[in-house]
Design a protein around this ligand. Structure first.
Ligand code: SF4
Length: 83
């Protein structure tokens, strides 16, 4: 049995920013204490110091509708690697 020095990099498929390790969720407080919503920021960007805003006031039922933005740094990096 031969061994190979070839290194494999695992691939993480991200269909939603909520699955990405670069997301920062900040609670969005309202006058209704029962509401649970978050603002989403991307920590992979440097804008606004804490990351560029992905979406605001995200409730659990909204998560499935929020797509990975076109400006996603990982998406742009991958496009550059393919060229
Ligand atoms: S924009 Fe891209 S890097 Fe940022 S949290 Fe979403 S998937 Fe992750």
């Amino acid at each position: 049995m031969g061994t190979s020095n070839k290194q494999y990099q695992p691939t993480l498929v991200i269909k939603s920013c909520s699955d990405c390790p670069n997301i920062r969720k900040e609670p969005q407080y309202t006058s209704d204490s029962w509401e649970r919503a978050n603002n989403w920021y991307c920590t992979e960007t440097e804008l606004e110091n804490d990351g560029k805003k992905i979406a605001g006031y995200v409730e659990w039922m909204d998560i499935k509708d929020i797509k990975v933005p076109e400006w996603c740094p990982l998406r742009i990096k991958r496009k550059k690697e393919k060229v």
